[in-house]
Design a protein. Sequence first.
Length: 364
Amino acid sequence: MLEKAKIKDSFELSDEGVSFDEALETLIHSINNEANLTFLGEKAINFQIKQHLKNRKLISRKYKTLTTEKVSPPIIVIGLPRSGTTFLFNLLSKDKKFRSPLFWEMLNPLPLVKNGSYKEKVRIIKSKGILFFKELYIPKLDDIHNINSLSPEECLLIKVLSLQSILYYYMANTPTYLDYLAEANKRESYLWHHKFLRVLEENGKPERWLLKDPSHLGNLEEILGVYPDACFVHIRRDPSETLPSICSLTKQVRGGFSKNIDLKELGQQTLDFWAKSNEKNESQKSNLPEDKYMSVEYEDLVEDPMNLIKDIYANFSLEFCEETQTNMFKYLDKGKDEARIPHKYSLEDYGLSRGEVHNKLNFS
């Protein structure tokens, strides 16, 4: 059983604010009363929470020593999970003027280490140990979402600093916590996100940050409150194709940690959460100008990715140089040569129908 008081005492978290207390209390309640974890699952999620709070403490201490607060403006890829956000994000990351947090940096950000140093190599090796554990207990995850220590990765691994991250729901059935996430104000979460990027900038300030996390969807106001210069690329795909894929990913992650998984319950919870996020996003984006927010279609990305990339650069008045174009073509050519095991799923597996999904997510 996780205990709020013990966790707070362990990390000297005596006065972290109402938002943090609410997140911690709700998460612990959900894990203790709803998750139905195996012994390994309990150990794994307990380790994750403690690691995240350890990083929170380290980031807080380091941030207090820094002077300039403003970070480089971010370009943020948003959209439902499994809608092509990773493909677009990886393609944009081939532009050297962008920087994205790497997987190993988000796991072990401090103390800062010099690029190419021995200490950096040790940190990378440690992150590979985490990935080895993942391979043992979630062996099929790479077929759905491949993770590499040296690759750019999505922000859910930063948002854990505030304990407001959908990562915990992926790991365990925590419906009360998921409902909390859908409704909670995320401003404090993005303030911690900002602190994290500011600390990373001590190792080099990029022209722009390139970020991605589907759970940014519906949080435009909170993001702009912290990053007023942020721009958003929203990729849209038929949700009747994305929703069962999200459910399948969650099922694979939980499979290593849960005693049983109710697929129909998982389907309904997933649909309800992303429907709320999408509804909030539609309302919030209506006030944003075209040079701040651009919607693109998944089909256009797949059919002619370079043409879509040029449209994105033109929309945000970004320079698209020959070197960037060459790097992107290399990435696309490499992808053609890498055969991947098909990811099989269906709406019916999770008690959902095409009409229900389209109706809830207002897709036509």
